[in-house]
Design a protein around this ligand. Structure first.
Ligand code: ZN
Length: 89
């Protein structure tokens, strides 16, 4: 892990109003589309979930759900511990 800022070229992330489609996000190829109306927690959760679909198109939905939740939890817990975000007010 390098301490160097870089932008990922592996993912293309687009934000759209998906509320009428009743989904929070989807992935097609390396393009991830996220509902722009989500709160930060749901946004991060959906972004991780859809990026896992890009990285592992062979993964089952169940695995993506499970790994996505695990990654979201560790990320949000650490961000909260370090006071970068505040949840559960
Ligand atoms: Zn999925």
């Amino acid at each position: 892990m390098k301490n160097k800022k870089r932008r990922s070229t592996r993912f293309i992330v687009k934000e759209k109003d998906l509320s009428r489609k009743n989904i929070w996000g989807h992935a097609l190829g390396n393009v991830v589309t996220i509902d722009k109306n989500l709160n930060i927690e749901d946004y991060i959760s959906t972004l991780i979930h859809e990026c896992l679909h890009v990285l592992g198109p062979f993964l089952s939905e169940e695995t993506v759900e499970e790994w996505g939740e695990d990654l979201k939890d560790v990320l949000l817990d650490k961000l909260e511990d370090k006071k970068y975000i505040k949840r559960y007010e």
